[in-house]
Design a binder for this molecule. Structure first.
Ligand code: NDP
Length: 279
């Protein structure tokens, strides 16, 4: 890893794979728009060398990192301090190097909620919310979702045990109903969030018909250059709107940028720029 020759503050996203990441473009756009002088790159860490790669980046003047798959959980153990949100999520997507300490935060959930509430003007208070999937992404959104005071949260997952673990971890925040997919028959929701990885392989979660209430929003955390198969299916199955996770990606990046630089960038122009780049 080369030290910065420019003397400006260095940031990066670290993952494996990482070449697909849009974070360098997003943070470069934030920096340009806010007049911040920084360098942001993508670092491919060997699977067995995540701690060493982080240490090397720090030694060479790194100020902060975004963490992507498969290192969000290992990053928890690497940090000296964790935000309450990162601790509960069991995942870190943003590290800040503060003096001698590594501070770990999770901005994924806040990013999703900001996209839903501010950009999409989706109402969550007293509404019924269904989360599909019980992996790291699902776990990361629960805490900020409770802050938005939904009437009901239900998690449906193939492996019920993983959904039960999440419900248990957040039981002091409120009740989370846990369900298999077939048992959703006869139930309907105002907001259905696809937090499974199924869209990546162009597959659908096995949802029964009638899962969308009138006016419901379908949100797929994945994003692509065209509507995902989940979005297409949702519109046919009665959702009023279907959107992908690009807004969440840009909003979680903005939250990380704010943590590092103390400046909140505008997000919608950057979302539009990345959408255009996707083609
Ligand atoms: P994980 O691998 O941790 O979890 C994947 C989930 O998908 C699990 O609940 C798993 O169920 C479920 N799943 C996988 N295959 C199947 C299948 N064949 N049938 C039913 N369920 C299945 O992934 P993450 O939680 O980290 O990520 C999930 C998605 O969210 C990804 O598409 C990722 O790209 C996206 N994401 C988007 C972000 C954004 O900023 N837009 C940020 C973070 C994530 P089981 O538990 O039974 O295995």
């Amino acid at each position: 890893m080369q030290p910065s020759t420019t003397g400006i503050d260095r940031y990066a996203v670290i993952g494996n794979p990482v070449s697909h990441s849009k974070s360098p473009q997003i943070h470069a756009a934030f920096a340009a728009a806010t007049g911040q002088s920084l360098e942001y790159t993508a670092i491919l860490a060997p699977l067995e060398e995540f701690p060493q790669t982080v240490a090397a980046f720090r030694q060479h003047g790194g100020r902060g990192l975004n963490i992507t798959l498969p290192f969000k959980q290992p990053a928890v153990d690497l940090c000296d301090q964790l935000s309450e949100r990162a601790r509960r999520a069991g995942a870190v997507n943003t590290i800040s190097f503060n003096n001698n300490d590594l501070y770990g935060e999770n901005t994924d959930g806040v990013g999703l909620l900001r996209d839903l509430l501010d950009n999409l003007e989706c109402k969550i208070d007293d509404r019924a919310v269904l989360i599909l999937g019980a992996g790291g992404a699902a776990r990361g959104i629960i805490d900020p979702l409770f802050d938005a005071q939904p009437g009901q949260i239900c998690i449906a997952n193939r492996s019920l045990d993983k959904a039960r673990l999440i419900a248990d971890a957040f039981k002091d925040r409120g009740h989370i109903k846990v369900s298999g997919y077939p048992a959703l028959a006869g139930q309907s929701f105002d907001l259905v969030i696809n937090a499974t990885s199924l869209s990546l392989s162009n597959e659908l979660p096995p949802l029964p018909a009638g899962v969308f209430k009138p006016g419901a929003l379908a949100y797929d955390m994945m994003y692509a250059n065209r509507p995902t198969c989940f979005m297409d299916w949702a519109m046919q199955a009665g959702a009023s709107r279907a959107v992908d996770g690009l807004g969440m990606l840009v909003e979680q990046a903005a939250e990380a940028f704010y943590l590092w630089r103390g400046v909140r960038p505008e997000t919608l122009p950057v979302q539009a720029m990345i959408r255009q780049q996707l083609g």
